[in-house]
Design a protein around this ligand. Structure first.
Ligand SMILES: NC(=O)c1ccc[n+]([C@@H]2O[C@H](COP(=O)([O-])OP(=O)(O)OC[C@H]3O[C@@H](n4cnc5c(N)ncnc54)[C@H](OP(=O)(O)O)[C@@H]3O)[C@@H](O)[C@H]2O)c1
Length: 277
């Protein structure tokens, strides 16, 4: 059976578009079904260098995506409104438009696109190395086939979660969108503490990063994180002392406050974008 590959156009060929293009090409997606546009020659050259032997269509002119079945808007949120409005007068009436920009609601996005089917996504930085986590939410007029195609694209750079409501995207932002920074902060704090206690920085860094990687790998194999923690926390042992210090300092409440602040800011930013328009 011949597989049906929708043509995919990317507007903006920066970090996120490059990651997605590299990801889908690695799944064997046909090169002649991918188009990337960016006003910067350097950016298109960088993209070509990244995908090495693959030859996709690239253009300085975004009208190159006009006949694509799916268009991914991989530009900064500030310029997305003008890009989407311009796109709308050139693409087919059932072309699916996917936004990776934070804070632009589906309602606003679809208002730029004359109601065309649209998907909002919230990927994260580990997508750049194929270890991403993306939350997705589709407009009602997006077909299952279109949703399956979007899944293929984002699955090529990590895991994909389709959400039941658009507001869940603010929570995805608080968990996985901003999440990498929380773990970086924690690792920073651990390295600083180790250095203060007398370990040399390079050794502390290597041990900390490898421990984070090991813990994360174990957690992907066992969904019960609390049980994993208990297994490495012997009564009256060294780990228990450390865990008690975290619990007594109310780490859980602090994490909740941080994540709530993050989600609230996500809502606020969407309002700021809507008010500007
Ligand atoms: N990077 C991440 O990990 C990440 C994670 C989650 C979400 N996102 C979202 O993904 C989007 C893209 O982020 P990014 O990191 O990939 O940004 P980026 O590297 O700056 O890429 C955006 C590209 O779009 C180009 N561009 C500007 N105006 C354009 C136009 N009118 N038509 C076509 N291309 C245009 C930019 O060119 P110039 O540089 O010349 O302006 C740049 O090359 C953002 O909305 C961001 O919020 C990114």
């Amino acid at each position: 059976m011949e597989l049906n590959y929708p043509s995919i156009g990317f507007i903006g060929a920066g970090n996120m578009a490059t990651a997605l293009i590299r990801g889908i090409l690695a799944t064997g997606y046909p090169e002649d079904k991918i188009v990337a546009c960016d006003p910067s020659v350097e950016q298109l050259d960088r993209l070509a260098d990244t995908i090495i032997s693959h030859k996709i269509t690239t253009s300085l002119d975004s009208s190159a995506v006009n006949h694509c079945d799916m268009v991914v808007l991989a530009v900064k949120p500030q310029i997305l409104p003008s890009v989407a409005k311009q796109l709308s007068s050139h693409i087919g009436s059932d072309t699916l438009v996917v936004s990776v920009a934070a804070g632009i609601t589906l309602e606003l996005l679809q208002s730029y696109l004359d109601g065309r089917p649209a998907v909002r996504s919230m990927p994260n930085t580990p997508a750049l190395i194929g270890e991403g986590a993306s939350g997705l939410f589709a407009s009602k007029n997006t077909s299952q086939q279109q949703k399956d195609s979007v899944t293929e694209v984002f699955k090529s750079v990590g895991i994909v979660e389709w959400l039941g409501s658009e507001t869940d995207l603010d929570l995805v932002t608080a968990v996985s969108g901003s999440g990498p920074a929380y773990f970086f902060l924690f690792m920073e704090a651990m390295v600083e503490a180790a250095v203060d206690m007398g370990l040399d920085r390079e050794t502390a860094h290597r041990l900390c990063v490898q421990t984070c990687r090991g813990a994360s790998t174990i957690a992907t194999q066992n969904p019960d994180i609390a049980e994993l923690r208990k297994r490495v926390t012997s009564p009256n042992g060294t780990t228990e002392k450390a865990i008690s210090a975290f619990e007594n300092g109310d780490l859980r409440a602090l994490v909740k406050t941080a994540m709530q602040d993050c989600a609230d800011r996500s809502v606020e930013m969407a309002q700021e974008v809507a008010n500007k328009d």
